[in-house]
Design a protein around this ligand. Structure first.
Ligand code: URA
Length: 245
C-alpha cells in the first residue's frame, strides 16, 4: 500500500478524527515507530508503520466498517442521480477509499436507524445471506393497534404478494388508551424489499414510522444522532465476523 497521512491513517483505523489526532500530536501522545509524531499530516506506510496512540498500539484494518444512524429521507444506495444517499453523509476522504464503501443491506428512504457501511464485500454477502439468519430488530408505529390475531399471523408468516414471510417475533407495546395507533418491535431473520411495510399491509394496517435498532450483534448507538456515524470498534468487527460464520 502507498503512504498516507498519519491523521488519515488514524481516521481509517477508527481510532481518532483528524481534529483528535492533531490534538494528540500536539500533546506528544502519538508515537510513530517509537518517536513522538511532530505533525498530523506526516506520511506513514500503513503496511510497515507502528503507531501508538495514547498508549494503545494501533492495528490498521484491511476493511472499513461504519455504523451510521440513517436519517429520514436519505436513500441507502451508493449513488442516486436525484436523492441524497447515505454515502453523501460521509466525509470526502471516506467516500474516496477503495474498495469503495457501500451499505450492507437496504433501508427504505423513510426508515431511520442502524445502517452498516463497509467495503468488505465478502462479509457483507455472508451477513445478508438468508441462510445466516442475522436478526434485525425494528421499532415501528402503525396506524391501528395490533390485535392478538395480528401478532399471531405476523409471527407465523403472511403473504406479501406471492411470498410468505418466514417466522419472526413481534412484541407490541402495552396499549396507551390515549393513543389511537399501535407500536412495538419486530425482529426478522430475513430482509425482503419493503418487508415490514408489506407485512403490516397484509394485516390491513399501515406503517407510520420504522427504525432499525439492531443488525446481528450491532446495536444502534444512542450517542449517534440521526445523520451521525462512527467506526465500528474492534469488538463489534469481531462479533460481525462471528455472525457471518
Ligand atoms: N422493512 C421495510 O418495510 N422497510 C425497511 O426499511 C426495512 C424493512
Amino acid at each position: 500500500m502507498s503512504t498516507m497521512r498519519l491523521d488519515k491513517y488514524l481516521s481509517l483505523a477508527g481510532i481518532a478524527s483528524r481534529t483528535e489526532t492533531s490534538k494528540a500530536v500536539r500533546g506528544g501522545e502519538v508515537l510513530v515507530d517509537g518517536t513522538p509524531a511532530k505533525k498530523a499530516d506526516m506520511q506513514v506506510d500503513p503496511d510497515t508503520v507502528s503507531v501508538i496512540f495514547k498508549g494503545q498500539p494501533v492495528t490498521y484494518r484491511q476493511f472499513t466498517y461504519i455504523l451510521m444512524h440513517k436519517p429520514d429521507g436519505v436513500v441507502s444506495a451508493t449513488e442516486d442521480g436525484r436523492e441524497k444517499t447515505v454515502l453523501d453523509l460521509l466525509p470526502e476522504e471516506l467516500r474516496r477509499i477503495r474498495p469503495a464503501l457501500f451499505p450492507c443491506g437496504r433501508l427504505d428512504k423513510h426508515t431511520t436507524g442502524l445502517m452498516l457501511l463497509t467495503n468488505n464485500g465478502d462479509l457483507s454477502h455472508r451477513l445478508l445471506s438468508p441462510t445466516r439468519h442475522v436478526d434485525k430488530t425494528y421499532v415501528f408505529t402503525v396506524k391501528f393497534p395490533l390485535s392478538e390475531e395480528d401478532v399471531t399471523a405476523l409471527e407465523a408468516g403472511v403473504d406479501i404478494g406471492g411470498y410468505v414471510t418466514a417466522p419472526c417475533r413481534v412484541e407490541p407495546d402495552e396499549k396507551d388508551p390515549n393513543e389511537r395507533g399501535g407500536s412495538g418491535r419486530i425482529t426478522l431473520h430475513e430482509g425482503k424489499y419493503h418487508q415490514i411495510k408489506l407485512m403490516m399491509e397484509a394485516r390491513h394496517n399501515q406503517i407510520t414510522s420504522l427504525q432499525r435498532i439492531t443488525f446481528g450483534p450491532l446495536v444502534l448507538d444512542p450517542a449517534l444522532n440521526a445523520g451521525e456515524w462512527r467506526m465500528l470498534t474492534e469488538g463489534e468487527v469481531a462479533a460481525l465476523e462471528k455472525a457471518g460464520g
